[in-house]
Design a protein around this ligand. Structure first.
Ligand code: HEC
Ligand code: HEC
Ligand code: HEC
Ligand code: HEC
Ligand code: HEC
Ligand code: HEC
Ligand code: HEC
Length: 472
């Protein structure tokens, strides 16, 4: 401290204002940074703390944390093919892009990329060693060196990450009545209106996670898949434009693949969420375009293992229902049961409606690939490939990516967070604009190909039918 009060006075002052500095059993510089560094010359001997360091004294919080989604943030980021092509300054040690937010996750989890097809394992510190800074995780909300509880309880503590393009929860919260009351009354977690923490870290629990997650996805159940066979399995002509994505195969031709898929899925029921087979088919389309299900035989791919199983991008029925129940219990502290139920019903239906129109955009782009109007770049495994993000080569695929990460996200996240402008004008509205642009652009690309034109026309008619007759 004698030394650092001169060279980094801010750090020492922050530390001295912390509970830990002022508690008898609290932590001192050496508890977190080790005893080896004592002079100006030997600073390279210093230990930089990890969450394990905090866990030496806060065992319970660490254990909770390891169960929640924040812990998986670094791993989740690395499952994205795009991440591997971004300049290191934006993706890795520069901490100026993906990694700047995702360092809230633990480094060193090993999954499919490391050849591990089972449950995640941990490399015991190897990856952390490659990064001198940014391994502490807990400092995402309790910033150094004050490590304050009050700071972490303020919703602004979440806002550097939960904002912007694909997850504007901060903007949605502050434009909802909840956020507005919080802003006016400037109250803490016990206020009249809930904060992020009240809804997502109730009673200080450190294992965050929601039912639908970031992408508004669920793991389809055995029953979901078998219901497709029941509904369409006997229909020879099949529901025509629904199936363009599946290489024009009709459900009867897909029965064996669907049965195989059903065998691999959990059984159960998503409480209160309508799961008609059409919705399941719609969701399957972007699972194919994200490489999660194989377009050839509808079976789960290694991306499924990495993202869904190891990275927990989507939840099965048990976990979904449990998280939903916990969330409703929080709402019920201030609202009537029925009021809360109607809010969730409406928000779930926003996802279903978004998927119904989004599916049309996929049908169109799949059709362009099928008729050779778009060509799969050599290094892509599939086309369209929404995980290629902004590297997609055509304007229709750029739109498809924007729907995937921006418009659809805002529509349903805005609904859940009771932000009307986000749900409609920043979500649903640009989503439909983008679908229309994709359909128009696809028609132009098909100009000289009669079958392609006819297929796109069919999809356009389907879209019109949905919109005119509210078949969401
Ligand atoms: C409760 C644990 C804890 C204590 C106590 C602690 N630190 Fe830190 N320190 C951290 C964490 C966490 C980081 C950030 C590590 C990272 O980026 O990976 C850090 C980073 C630093 C850094 C480098 C980052 C920067 O902003 O320049 C310095 C220097 C530092 N600490 C000095 C001190 C000094 C001096 C003390 C005692 C007055 C002290 N620390 C006490 C946890 C602690
Ligand atoms: C050597 C033990 C030790 C270590 C290591 C340690 N803490 Fe603490 N921490 C304490 C003690 C003791 C308290 C005070 C408990 C009390 O008074 O209720 C405390 C309090 C806290 C609080 C509550 C502060 C408040 O405003 O009330 C937070 C948050 C916290 N620690 C976070 C961390 C983080 C993050 C790390 C790792 C960077 C860490 N601690 C490492 C012992 C430790
Ligand atoms: C340093 C950046 C950062 C901060 C600060 C941060 N988060 Fe997160 N949060 C993330 C990332 C990254 C993920 C995605 C992790 C994943 O899915 O693997 C995430 C995921 C979540 C999830 C899970 C969503 C799902 O998929 O179900 C919730 C809930 C959440 N955060 C709430 C909060 C709250 C509340 C705060 C503030 C108290 C907060 N976060 C602070 C980066 C952050
Ligand atoms: C501004 C901070 C920020 C940046 C920059 C950022 N992310 Fe995220 N990311 C988050 C947050 C916060 C979440 C969780 C959002 C939610 O659940 O709604 C998240 C979620 C994710 C998820 C979803 C995990 C899941 O469980 O569904 C992946 C994958 C991901 N990010 C990858 C990336 C990649 C790759 C980049 C860079 C190309 C990136 N992120 C840039 C903050 C960020
Ligand atoms: C996403 C933000 C966030 C992250 C990351 C986070 N915390 Fe917290 N932490 C909170 C919030 C919010 C509270 C206040 C809970 C309350 O009082 O209701 C809190 C409270 C605490 C407290 C004091 C109260 C108590 O329950 O003992 C400790 C200690 C603590 N956290 C330790 C940790 C440790 C250790 C880590 C890393 C494993 C961590 N926190 C990571 C948000 C966070
Ligand atoms: C009134 C309670 C409430 C408040 C306040 C709240 N959320 Fe949420 N949040 C929800 C609900 C409900 C969901 C959807 C849960 C589900 O999937 O069933 C959700 C979902 C999320 C998700 C997953 C993706 C999404 O947006 O659907 C993240 C991440 C998240 N919230 C973060 C935050 C952050 C950060 C804040 C504060 C800026 C915040 N939330 C404020 C209730 C709340
Ligand atoms: C701590 C108390 C509290 C909790 C918890 C809470 N709310 Fe609220 N909520 C309020 C208050 C206060 C208002 C403002 C009432 C009004 O509009 O007159 C409000 C308003 C609303 C509104 C109306 C928004 C509008 O624009 O008119 C909705 C919808 C809502 N809450 C849903 C929820 C849901 C869903 C949850 C749980 C995920 C929840 N609330 C949790 C206190 C709470």
């Amino acid at each position: 401290m004698d030394c650092h009060i001169k060279i980094t006075p801010g750090i020492v002052q922050d530390y001295l204002s912390s509970t830990m500095a002022n508690s008898i059993e609290g932590a001192h510089c050496a508890d977190c940074h080790g005893n080896s560094h004592k002079t100006m010359e030997d600073y390279n001997l210093v230990d930089m703390p990890t969450a394990e360091t905090c866990g030496e004294c806060h065992e319970e919080r660490l254990a909770e944390y390891r169960k929640g989604k924040h812990d998986l943030a670094w791993f989740a980021m690395k499952t994205q093919p795009a991440w591997h092509k971004i300049p290191d300054a934006l993706s890795k040690e520069g901490y100026r892009g993906c990694s700047g937010c995702h360092k809230i996750g633990r480094k060193g989890y090993q999954g499919v990329l490391e050849g591990n097809m089972g449950a995640l394992t941990h490399d015991k510190g190897l990856e952390e060693e490659q990064y001198h800074y940014g391994n502490a995780q807990c400092d995402a909300c309790h910033t150094r060196h004050k490590f304050s509880r009050a700071e972490a309880k303020d919703p602004r503590a979440c806002s550097n990450c939960h904002m912007g393009f694909d997850h504007p929860q901060w903007e949605m919260f502050t434009s909802s009545k909840h956020g507005i009351i919080w802003g006016i009354e400037d109250e803490d977690n016990n206020g009249r209106a809930p904060t992020c923490q009240k809804c997502h870290m109730n009673r200080g629990r450190h294992d965050v996670g929601t039912s639908w997650g970031f992408l508004g996805l669920r793991i389809p159940t055995k029953e979901n898949v078998l219901a497709i066979i029941d509904a369409y399995g006997a229909v020879k002509e099949s529901a025509p434009y629904e199936l363009l994505a599946f290489n024009h195969m009709s459900v009867p031709e897909l029965v064996d693949n669907l049965k195989n898929l059903a065998d691999k899925l959990p059984s159960g029921n998503f409480d209160g969420v309508d799961d008609n087979p059409l919705w399941v088919l719609h969701r399957a389309k972007y699972l194919i375009a994200a490489g999660v299900l194989s377009g050839k035989d509808l079976q789960p791919t290694p991306v499924f293992t990495a993202a869904v199983v190891q990275g927990k991008f989507a939840r099965g029925p048990d976990e979904f229902n449990e998280l939903r129940m916990q969330m409703k219990r929080t709402c019920n502290q201030c609202h009537a049961k029925d009021y809360v139920q109607s809010h969730f019903d409406a928000s779930d239906k926003v996802i279903r409606a978004a998927d119904a129109v989004y599916a049309k955009a996929f049908d169109a782009v799949f059709t362009l690939y099928r008729h050779g109007k778009l060509e799969k770049p050599k290094n892509w495994t599939i086309g369209p490939n929404i995980l290629e993000y902004y590297w997609a080569r055509s304007s229709v695929e750029q739109e498809l990516y924007l729907i995937f990460l921006e418009h659809r996200q805002r529509a349903f996240q805005g609904a859940f967070h009771a932000s009307n402008d986000y749900a409609h004008w920043y979500g649903w509205a640009p989503l439909n604009t983008a679908v229309n642009e994709i359909l128009e652009g696809s028609m132009q690309l098909c100009e000289d190909h009669a079958q392609c034109k006819a297929d796109i026309q069919l999809i356009m008619d389907g879209y019109t039918d949905i919109v005119q007759n509210k078949k969401y």
